[in-house]
Design a binder for this molecule. Structure first.
Ligand SMILES: [Zn+2]
Ligand SMILES: [Zn+2]
Length: 326
């Protein structure tokens, strides 16, 4: 904590605004339960991908769900404001297509559960005041810009403004990649990774995970490919080639990628052990067993991570580092 402050003060490019935001993130450092050097025997889990009001789930059920999964810290990713436009597919994508609540609700919930819950900042990127709205919640302590799940080109001017804002506030941007639906142009995304080296990008969802396989061709009717994986797909290369590209293990797509070819998964987890971060993104009311995709993902990571140290990085350590949790 202290060293962060010293670094912030001495950093010549660290503006006052960045410093204030960074300081608010330091709240996240309190008792995360996965300090470096304490890997073995520590079962703390950070979930970087949950939603409030997800498919209508009540708040008390969310709290119980996260406890049942064994999660100690949760980041809530808000939706943008509800609007009918091309980028929300005339309203279909409002509430992240799952009735998820927005910035103010996530902020208030995190405030009421301070230390256990954190919040992101989000907006429909092609609204004229999108960056102003996002900035408002980053100033209040938002830990990430997410979930970016809109029908828009990944290299549009509007998205580039968001990438710039993320670098300015030193928070990651999490993007839902789904061909012909959300964040278009995955094959061109390397240009953004190069243009915004100070922005941390976290990849998520079907098109992100399907492209671990070199032999996969983008296909909206084949979003959960099964069977053996040939290394060297676009996702594998983005993770390997770009220091600012990370991956979110959440959702059915993340779980499918982990379980479709377990021999490949062991190598993949080893190869990208500093880049992959646990998230659940599950909307069930239970938090355990086969109905809970988040619990299944935790079990897959525990089963397939080549070492205990790597397991701890994936479930906790990488999140702690990327979100500056101390
Ligand atoms: Zn989500
Ligand atoms: Zn669940």
């Amino acid at each position: 904590m202290k060293s962060n402050r010293i670094r912030a003060k001495n950093h010549p490019k660290f503006s006052r605004r960045e410093f204030l935001t960074h300081s608010s993130l330091l709240v996240l450092a309190a008792a995360t339960g996965c300090k470096s050097g304490e890997w073995e025997g520590n079962d703390a889990i950070i979930d970087i991908h949950q939603h409030l009001g997800y498919s209508g789930r009540p708040d008390d059920v969310l709290l119980a769900h996260q406890r049942a999964m064994g999660v100690s810290k949760t980041i809530l990713l808000p939706a943008g404001r509800p609007i009918n436009s091309a980028s929300t597919h005339e309203g279909i994508s409002n509430g992240l297509q799952a009735n998820c609540l927005g910035n103010e609700a996530c902020y208030q919930f995190a405030k009421a559960h301070s230390g256990d819950y954190f919040f992101g900042a989000n907006e429909v990127p092609d609204l004229p005041d999108a960056t102003l709205e996002i900035e408002k919640y980053l100033k209040l302590g938002g830990a990430i810009i997410a979930e970016q799940k809109f029908g828009i080109e990944c290299d549009s001017q509007q998205m580039q403004k968001i990438y710039h804002l993320a670098a300015e506030f030193r928070v990651p941007v999490l993007m839902h990649w789904q061909v012909k639906m959300y964040n278009y142009g995955f094959e061109r995304f390397h240009k953004m990774l190069e243009r915004f080296p100070r922005t941390i990008f976290i990849g998520h969802a079907q098109t992100w995970w399907a492209n671990i396989d070199k032999n996969y061709k983008d296909d909206a009717s084949n979003l959960y490919p099964k069977g053996p994986v040939t290394p060297g797909g676009l996702t594998d290369r983005y993770l390997g080639d770009y220091a600012n590209m990370y991956g979110d293990l959440s959702a059915g797509s993340g779980l499918n990628a982990l379980t479709r070819d377990e021999d490949h998964t062991r190598d993949f987890l080893n190869r990208h052990q500093n880049k992959l971060i646990y998230g659940s993104d599950c909307n069930d009311h239970v938090g355990s067993g086969s109905v809970c995709q988040g619990a299944l993902t935790i079990a897959a990571v525990r089963r397939l991570a080549p070492t205990m140290k790597i397991q701890r990085k994936l479930l906790c350590g990488n999140a702690r580092r990327v979100f500056k949790l101390g």
